[in-house]
Design a protein around this ligand. Structure first.
Ligand SMILES: [Zn+2]
Length: 87
């Protein structure tokens, strides 16, 4: 396996289960939101993000960060009530 760049960012968003700060993790393929304490993670491919969360306006590009984080947070809140699965 090739080691790849991973970027971790501690957020002020709280885990829906334990209340710890959530982490945003980025690697070459995915953006991942997760709780390092509960080990629940949800991920989105960058491809999907480029398709759904980027708006082009002339020669300007807007990344809809707030919507992206909100969607990831909704997903992780859903996982709080479900068995962890990676689909
Ligand atoms: Zn947690």
């Amino acid at each position: 396996m090739v080691s790849e760049e991973t970027l971790k960012l501690q957020l002020s968003l709280k885990c829906p289960i334990c209340g710890s700060n959530l982490q945003l993790i980025e690697n070459s393929t995915y953006i991942i939101l997760g709780c390092p304490n509960c080990k629940i993670y949800t991920r989105m491919t960058k491809k999907h993000i480029y398709r759904s969360y980027i708006e082009y306006e002339g020669n300007k590009i807007h990344l809809k960060w707030a919507e992206l984080i909100k969607e990831l947070y909704i997903r992780i809140s859903g996982k709080a009530h479900l068995e962890p699965d990676e689909s």
